[in-house]
Ligand binder design. Structure first.
Ligand code: NIG
Ligand code: FE
Length: 415
């Protein structure tokens, strides 16, 4: 039953209000009982009953909800540094994909790795994400592209969820691209997805969401609709990689299907924005992918002004976003998409939770919510995103348990 005191600024990030409303409290304290927050407020108002609970000292730092990365492709084999160099030299992402590189080269590398090896690699990434203040990670399959290998990736996520502390939310992305064996028989691959993979994933309880890459080089709007509707029939909520390299009507489809989120959206149309606003679909901004592909950024201001909640995530993958640094993505969303630091933070907390259907569980500092939070070595949210540092997280807690503490910092007060 500990109490964290001496917080310079507490950003509660409740759902209500606009994107920029993060409900800050200066000179605050925070109390939790087993895995849930019990009390949040100004330190002077701390009720007497918490006064004798074990104390932690934030030493005048900022405290935010545990960060949520709501879009990653966490488990994969190999890397693609050569393609990074090729793109800088002028080759496009699609040129590389057409030549058999891109996603398909990661598929070859991923199929070769055992479940154990993928588990070990992913675990290392998650450890480092925990040190950045991240407590929840959405993880997509999509580098297997056959039943055996897609299930292998989702089993890696299942085992991670059971054996390490970060909260893992698995998404089935068998419709990432058409599998190489089906290059000239795409209809057969779609049948395999609908008749075999989706039912098996659902019966084995291996995913919460079904995602599709709707793009010229991947799946059409009609194909995406069929796949996501099949997922829905099996209890998998739709998500979409939409309007990334061109406007393929992905945002409108996401609205029609009442998807949990539509992600990327660099090329979203005005009608796409309107339809998303009407249907309450979360937009997921992925600034790292836009930078790595030297592409335009998501029009965050237009989405926010239309009333669409905008989440911010890394898209961590070996091709278009080889970084799991969510604080970096937040700083980029500020500078390149003109989101304020408060708007970006709401996008990596309660709106990211909304994109994962977790808004009742995590993503804000409120009594009854899971005690997931990060202590950051900055006086306030503006300063944190402005003075970008390799890592200013000094402590991460999930479900009330300390996940990480910077070794040079002592949080616990001596009796
Ligand atoms: O989100 N867009 C499709 N999927 C990834 C890229 C994956 C890859 O290049 O390996 C993305 O950007
Ligand atoms: Fe992605």
């Amino acid at each position: 039953m500990p109490v964290l005191k001496n917080i310079s600024q507490l950003a509660c990030c409740r759902m209500e209000g606009q994107q920029g409303d993060i409900h800050t409290i200066e000179k605050a304290a925070l109390a939790w009982e087993s895995d849930k927050f019990a009390w949040v407020g100004g330190e002077k108002e701390l009720p007497e009953r918490y006064a004798h609970w074990p104390e932690l000292d934030a030493a005048g730092r900022l405290v935010v909800p545990g960060l949520i990365d709501c879009h990653t492709h966490l488990a994969f084999g190999g890397w693609r540094a050569g393609e990074f160099e090729q793109r800088i030299g002028g080759k496009s992402y699609l040129d590389i994909a057409r030549a058999g590189g891109g996603i398909l080269s990661t598929v070859r590398a991923t199929r070769q790795l055992s479940e154990e090896a993928l588990l070990k690699r992913s675990l290392q990434f998650l450890r480092e994400m925990g040190r950045l203040g991240i407590t929840t990670v959405e993880c997509k399959s999509g580098y297997g592209l056959d039943t055996k290998n897609e299930l292998k990736l989702l089993r890696v996520y299942q085992r991670l969820a059971e054996t390490q502390p970060l909260r893992i939310i698995p998404t089935f992305l068998g419709a990432h691209v058409v599998a190489p064996e089906y290059r000239d028989r795409r209809e057969k691959y779609i049948e395999l997805l609908i008749q075999e993979m989706i039912p098996q994933v659902a019966t084995q309880g291996l995913a919460d969401f079904c995602d599709v890459f709707l793009e010229e080089s991947a799946f059409t709007r009609e194909e995406s609709k069929r796949i996501l509707e099949a997922g829905k029939r099996h209890g998998l909520r739709p998500k979409l990689h939409a309007d990334q390299l061109s406007d393929g009507g992905g945002a409108v489809l996401a609205a029609e299907l009442e998807a949990a989120s539509a992600d990327h959206l660099e090329c979203i149309s005005e009608s796409g924005i309107q339809r998303m606003a009407e249907s309450g679909v979360v937009a997921v901004s992925l600034p790292l992918a836009s930078i790595y592909l030297d592409q335009r950024q998501l029009p965050a201001r237009r989405l926010i002004e239309a009333g669409v909640p905008v989440a911010v995530a890394t898209d961590f993958n070996p091709g278009s976003a080889p970084s799991y640094d969510l604080p970096l993505a937040l700083m980029l969303a500020c500078n390149l998409q003109r989101m304020t630091p408060a708007e970006a933070l709401k996008g990596a907390t309660i709106y990211a939770a909304l994109a994962l259907g977790l808004e009742g569980i995590t993503g804000s500092l409120e009594p009854g919510k899971s005690a997931d939070f990060a202590i950051l070595d900055a006086p306030d949210v503006n300063h944190w995103m402005y003075h970008f540092r390799p890592n200013c997280c000094v402590g991460t807690f999930i479900r009330g348990m300390q996940l990480f503490c910077e070794p040079s910092v002592s949080l616990w007060q001596e009796e």
